[in-house]
Ligand binder design. Structure first.
Ligand code: LMR
Length: 394
């Protein structure tokens, strides 16, 4: 049986991790995988997470199963962080999942279960795991234009034109904030126009929100998701706590399904729990419990928010520094988009050859589509990157 297997294509982002590790140069710079790093290159455990872990270690008396949906207190706490009070609780169903990817996978399986013929619309470009999972599940997929290669901003006219072709019951996958890989984001007015279009076409929004708090702030980054949730009868939301709580390896995600009526909630919730049972049974609990403790304790929450804000402002500072250096070296404003982008990533707009030259000649690792992890930089490496970008002619 096993000899029937074919080699799988390598994930481009994960492949880079190994290439970077194998590079012996001490001057190498890792702008690959989306993991936050501080100025010393470490991915720290956040203070509030450490404190919650200590408290949990003292207080936890059992590690027996929670429920198939995870601890309901986790869903309540995270729903409130994402949605505020925009949706009545009796329309909300949710299950804890292994990370944001788990939530995406469960959401897609839910769509396939309810509507096997639905086409899932993804942005061009998007996080490579989106199309990969959709394809693996054998679902229909279409792309909508998103990124304007000239301005490095959102090609909003293209997006609206393409999504205008969505059929009733199709699903539109949107990035809640901090678009991965481009860093180019919708304005609130554009979110409003997307909601108008979804209303017109009858397509269903599916929002992937993995970087809340990394862009313009916790509330600001949720504004688009809240607008959609307040207007649309049905919404799916896949949330990740990997980045904003820095608990990557704890695999802490949540899938939220907003149903049109309260009467539908029990069936939707039952289907979400069913899918958890089929795929992995009970979801992981440790990260979810830490998140619940932090969000429901005033002191822990305040400390977490303060540290998250430091992280956000640090990345913003690096963006501005890089844009400034490039303005100086290029004598033009053509890199101004780097300061306008938000979140962990920016798509530089370099060619694959230029990306390769950055790697081979300068030891600078970014994803092949020229996505850079801004958090991989620090005050010393920003000028080095800027010089290298000019050197390779990007
Ligand atoms: C990324 O885009 O780099 C992160 O979301 C990590 C991953 O799993 O790809």
């Amino acid at each position: 049986m096993l000899n029937a297997l074919n080699p799988q294509p390598q994930d481009k982002i994960l492949q880079l991790i190994q290439m970077y590790k194998d590079d012996p140069r001490s001057t190498k710079i890792d702008l690959g995988v989306g993991v936050y790093k501080d100025a010393t290159g470490l991915t720290p455990v956040m203070r509030a997470v450490k404190t919650a872990e200590k408290q949990l270690w003292e207080a936890e008396t059992t590690k027996t199963y929670t429920g198939l949906a995870g601890d309901p207190a986790y869903a309540t706490a995270l729903q409130s962080l994402i949605l505020g009070d925009t949706v009545p609780a009796d329309r909300l169903s949710a299950v804890a999942t292994p990370g944001g990817t788990g939530a995406i996978r469960q959401a897609l399986e839910l769509i396939r279960l309810a509507s096997p013929e639905a086409t899932v619309w993804i942005s061009n470009p998007t996080w490579p795991n989106h199309p990969s999972i959709i394809r693996y599940l054998g679902m229909k997929m279409a792309e909508y234009r998103y990124f304007d290669a000239e301005t490095r901003g959102v090609d909003f006219d293209g997006m609206i034109a393409d999504l205008g072709r969505a059929k009733p019951g199709d699903v539109v996958l949107l990035h809640g904030c901090c678009h991965n890989p481009t860093g180019a984001n919708l304005t609130l007015a554009q979110w409003g126009a997307v909601a108008d279009l979804l209303e017109k076409t009858g397509a269903i929004p599916f929002i992937d929100i993995a970087y809340q708090g990394f862009g313009d702030g916790l509330e600001e980054d949720a504004a688009g998701t809240r607008l959609i949730a307040s207007r649309m009868p049905e919404v799916l939301i896949a949330a990740s706590c990997s980045k904003n709580f820095g608990i990557y390896r704890e695999r802490t995600g949540l899938l939220i399904a907003i149903s049109p009526t309260a009467a539908m909630r029990a069936t939707v919730q039952g289907n979400l729990a069913f899918l958890n049972r089929q795929n992995f049974s009970f979801p992981p609990d440790h990260g979810a419990r830490l998140v619940t403790m932090i969000l429901t304790d005033d002191a822990l929450r305040a400390d977490w928010k303060a540290e998250l804000e430091e992280v956000r402002l640090g990345m913003l500072g690096l963006r501005q520094h890089l844009a400034e250096e490039l303005r100086r070296l290029s004598g033009s404003d053509r890199f101004g988009f780097l300061a306008a982008h938000r979140g962990m990533f920016s798509r530089l707009g370099a060619t694959p050859e230029q990306v390769e030259a950055l790697r081979e000649k300068h030891g600078i690792y970014m994803v092949g589509d020229s996505r850079m992890n801004i958090a991989g930089l620090n005050a010393q490496t920003v000028p080095i990157l800027a010089k290298a970008i000019i050197d390779v002619g990007a």
